[in-house]
Design a protein around this ligand. Structure first.
Ligand SMILES: [Cu+2]
Length: 122
């Protein structure tokens, strides 16, 4: 596992701030994410590679809900800091088709910014 994490850290470039579009933005906080490995599919675990800016911002939580159904995921993802504004979230799973809202909570300067993005699964 250690070797795999190192390989990943080497492969993903540091978050050069500000991030190029498309990136989520809330206040001065920016985040960009991409699915790591196989694309998101109903009922299958997936992982996200996430970059956060500026450098003093800390990603503290990754979560997802289905707002129209008023429920979240059945699993709580783990979050790993890789340094240089890079993070990895593992163990996410969307157990239904439909619209999910991905949520990234980022702490900076004593406040928390919540960045959101809609993901619709066919
Ligand atoms: Cu649902």
């Amino acid at each position: 596992m250690k070797a795999a994490a190192w390989l990943f850290a080497a492969a993903l470039p540091a978050a050069a701030c500000p991030l190029a579009a498309p990136a989520l933005q809330q206040g001065e906080v920016q985040a960009a994410w991409q699915v790591s490995g196989a694309p998101i599919a109903v009922g299958r675990h997936f992982a996200l590679d996430i970059r956060v800016c500026p450098a003093d911002a800390t990603l503290v939580r990754v979560d997802a809900t289905m707002p129209e159904h008023r429920h979240g995921m059945n699993y709580r993802p783990s979050l790993k800091a890789l340094g240089d504004g890079r993070w990895r979230a593992e163990g996410l799973m969307f157990h239904m088709a439909g619209r999910w809202e991905l949520r990234l909570d980022v702490q900076r300067g004593g406040g928390t910014e919540r960045l959101r993005e809609s993901i619709t699964l066919p």
